[in-house]
Design a protein around this ligand. Sequence first.
Ligand code: ARG
Ligand code: ZN
Length: 877
Amino acid sequence: MRTQDTIYLKDYAASPYRIVSADLDFRITEADTRVRALLTIEPREDTAAGTPLVLDGNELTLGSIAIDGAPLVLSAYGADASGLTVFEPPLRRFVLETEVTLKPEGNTRLMGLYRSGGTWCTQCEAEGFRRITYYLDRPDNLALFKVRITAPLNVAPVLLSNGNLIDQGDAGEGMHFAVWEDPFPKPSYLFALVAGDLGSITDSFTTASGRKVALAIYCSHGKEDQCLWAMDSLKRSMAWDERRFGREYDLDIFNIVAVSDFNFGAMENKGLNIFNDKLVFAQPESATDADYDGIERVIAHEYFHNWTGNRITCRDWFQLCLKEGLTVYRDQEFTSDERSRPVKRISDVVGLRSGQFPEDGGPLAHPARPDQYSEINNFYTATVYEKGAEIVRMLATLLGEAGFRKGMDLYFERHDGQATTIEAFLAVFAEANDVDLEQFKTWYLQAGTPRLSVSDSYDGASQTYTLKLGQQTQPTPGQPTKQALVLPIKFGLIGPNGSEMSWTGVSGGTVRDDMIVLDTAEAEIRFTGVPNKPVPSLLRGFSAPVNMDTTLSQADQLFLAQHDSDPFNRWQALQDVGMALAVAAIGGTPWSQQAVTALSQAMAETLASETLDDAFKALALNLPAEAQISRTIGKDIDPDRVHMVRAALLKAVFTPLALQLLQTYRKLSSDAPYAPDAASTGRRALRNRLLGLLVSSDAAGAADLAAQQYAGARNMTDRLAALSVSALAWTPDAEALLAHFHTNFAATNPLVLDKWLAVTASVPQDMVIDRMRAVLADPNFPKTNPNRLRSLVGVFSMANPTQFARADGAGFRFVAETVVEIDSINPQVAARLLTGFRVWPMLEEERRAAAKTALLWLETSGSLSRNTADILTRMLA
Ligand code: ARG
Ligand code: ZN
């Protein structure tokens, strides 16, 4: 394996030259694409004569090169596949002209210019633009772009790039052209081009200041009516950003293009967002509620990037969470405002715990702002995105809504048009609120999930309630010692009658209204004037991304589940009770009947509640996932045992409720046509949750009920739910349902095929690996398509813990072999698939050894891409 050159944040230096404008001319034909670039370049003031100009390039072949119209002699430059150096450029403004020829057809990495289903399209973030032309491919070079595209009219009637269309016409010989100009200077990673035969839907949005923006979503012909939800989401996003942050859209056009082959979700290219089509297409027969949610969220996310990412961008890629953490926070707030805030918070925390916490606690742990990388594409992670959003959320919690908004306003005012840093971001909040955020900054620099320990005592005589808090973060790769962080802990003290208690005095820590700010390793906070022993409700709304060890008794937890005014903590309390029972049983202490009955009753009451909404109930009526239980145990995990114990506990808790579950299930049935609104979505979520509980607790007739729901379903949400509960429990009908689904729904729709692949890969049965091998062996399986691969192999490694971590190593081998094969096609996808191994250090010995064998095999398997080698090196370190 080749060693990686590591890039360090401390080595950041501005480039000695700046590209101020880029005039690009693309000539696209079926055979190849010729790119002529006219780059206007200036030396920086302090650049010395004779300083070479070094441009990035990747797999490029230079055709011609000239400066100010004069071709360069061979000795004046050096060009190879990885870059172009002009040894002594003029020490004044000049125009560098280069010509390269690309082969988009063979570009299976899907970075740079490639073809997806016949359409030419681009992906440049992070370093794809250097696969299009030689350039300063770094986010701190902001340039004005003008793009001319010439292409065959018959295969590419639609020609798009960033900004405004300023010219178009016939180019002779069956070719036509379009010229686009973007008035906003931008880094190269925001460049985009699309050429293809596409359908579209159009609409418009009038901004608060009265500017009319033309909106369009482009897609393959025939899919237009599946883009309406995306368009609706876009318009709501535009209105929300005006309302909530005072941010208006700034161009006359906003285009979105859906493509089938895409390395991740979507991309915020200025004025021309490009999307994975699974995050655009929605119709009730083929998309689930989760898909509708995802579309709304990602459309919003990419749109919000226009201000947090595009108008203000990153100085270097170490600052990635400057735009991503902040923009995820913004999209989360959008969804909270559009739908249910508590339900959104619970779902996000479930996602954080299943996606980010394992990353932070495993071999791939890194700070939200890393200080080194060898392959930046491996840092588009849950830590940068989701923990990054949590950090912004804590900032908002600490400063309050008004204080946070003041900081955001100053951020936009001061940094508009700049490429900036986390330091600059924190500085505006510190300044606008006159606070010191030096210690808070550690959140960006320190990896690992802090553990928050709590114990309490009450002294009736002095009416004093004492909370002892402690925080500790385990070492992570490269960070042996950890500092105390600033933890905003929202809380309340609940009295015996279930209502909030007040206190008359506080000492020993920082308490502001309903928030404790813990910024030391330990604190002992004394509340005086507390008439009765309270039950503390801590970390309300999950106000800090930590693991909290609670010492509350089961009775106190269930009391909270019933009485807490904070819905998040009501949900959390039920989860904690289930977790405690599962963890104890796995450790050899079986649960008492009494404890299980108490949990059953609490679940029954939750389900019967007149005040809780369906979506909340759907989340509450569950036990923590297997992966979550494993993470809580933390070491020597036997996934089979976790699976077995959880299944047994589920049965014990929910079997007594079978009748109530069934009756509620029936009551929730509805003939109303499908609608994606919050209430309808919540109703379906609860109904399908109840079906899942009935089937997995093996209630009489439940398997048939699932088969009936499958057959009678009138939308994909209900159909897929029935299919997947049947498959996970492997009911007698499971096999037939899977086959039926494949023939009748998946065979003709690739996005539905993904659902079939994902269900197939999740089945916790020994045959799953053979089945997946058979799927991959089919010559028609498109190994160049990231969605298909992730649905099968990605889902297997992340969501099928018993089979992936089989003691005989077959699961590990399957993934490792697939990674090698895919690595030669698409390194980014291969590297991502490999990250599923991150659980390996916490497995029991035999499985750990099997995982290590697979990883070591991978190490010797030949030449791995930089992407995959980087993950592998860290995985084995
Ligand atoms: N900026 C895009 C987004 O957050 C994602 C780009 C991912 N790029 C990558 N190289 N992994 O919406
Ligand atoms: Zn983003």
